[in-house]
Design a protein around this ligand. Structure first.
Ligand SMILES: C[S@@+](CC[C@H](N)C(=O)[O-])C[C@H]1O[C@@H](n2cnc3c(N)ncnc32)[C@H](O)[C@@H]1O
Length: 253
């Protein structure tokens, strides 16, 4: 991930709170909203991950919302090249307004697009961050980032529901396994199957993957971080493909 000299120190939660207020609120005498306080903790953890990369790395903030990850990476870590991909026009506009308040120079390309649209992705970015990519967006980020040959992917999926790629498969498998109907138990089983399919899919694309909590589950229940490094090791990819096939075949899919 580059030399120490080219990397920045991870910001504290207080520094993140200050920058969030400056960039996204900007009105003196006002406080962060309760949800922004929670967001500050998640962002500080994501920025700590990004602080391991060189500042000249090309960062993609995918399913970016107003792009707090990308913009704070510029403001607090000194990242100089950022591509933002977000499909919601209002959030894109809010991102552009916040980018104009940055106190550090950075090349910010804001792309109003679906993350599944490969044309919106730069070629071979150094790192893709997708914080709380909701539903199918997490699947689309995995597929598109791999096709763009991203060197690293930092993915924190958000809600799991009918829209996610393996939702139908997971539900079918849970039924075949005789899973109970109680929602709280069944939900966890289905989410774990979706997580398993996503992990194997990343590995089958040539990524070395670790999965660990980004923040405590008391901050958010959607707290798992997929850290994926492009390794392209043929035997590992073959093993992952075989496991993925096994998982899908179990459903007759
Ligand atoms: C829960 S928000 C998270 C935003 C931001 N990453 C953050 O942590 O604050 C998810 C964002 O993903 C965007 N999104 C969902 N599906 C998308 C897609 N297919 N392409 C692009 N953006 C998408 C939504 O519009 C929303 O802004």
């Amino acid at each position: 991930m580059g030399s120490m000299a080219a990397r920045a120190k991870a910001p504290t939660v207080d520094e993140v709170r200050g920058a969030l207020h400056r960039l996204f609120i900007g009105v003196r005498g006002t406080a962060l909203r309760k949800e922004d306080e929670v967001k500050a903790v998640e962002l500080a953890a994501m920025l700590k991950e990004l602080s391991r990369f060189r500042r000249d790395a090309l960062l993609v903030d995918a399913a970016a919302g107003k792009a707090p990850v990308g913009l704070l990476a510029a403001e607090l870590l000194g990242f100089a090249r950022i591509a933002v991909i977000e499909r919601d026009a209002g959030r894109v506009e809010a991102c552009r307004e916040a980018a104009a308040r940055l106190t550090r120079r950075a090349e910010i390309e804001v792309r109003h697009a679906d993350v599944g649209d490969l044309g919106a992705w730069p070629e071979a970015p150094d790192v893709v961050a997708a914080l709380h990519a909701c539903g199918f967006a997490a699947d689309a980020v995995i597929d598109a980032a791999a096709r763009a040959r991203a060197r690293f992917i930092l993915l924190v999926p958000c809600c799991y529901g009918k829209g996610v790629a393996f939702a139908g498969g997971a539900s079918k498998w849970a039924t075949l396994m005789g899973a109970p109907r109680q929602g709280a138990v069944r939900r966890r089983l289905l989410d774990a199957l979706v997580d398993a399919e996503r992990t194997l899919r990343l590995e089958s694309y040539g990524y070395e993957v670790t999965v660990a909590p980004l923040v405590s589950p008391t901050v958010t229940p959607h707290n798992l971080l997929w850290r994926a490094r492009r390794a392209v090791e043929p035997r590992a990819m073959e093993r992952a493909r075989a496991s993925l096939e096994q998982l899908r075949e179990a459903l007759g899919a």
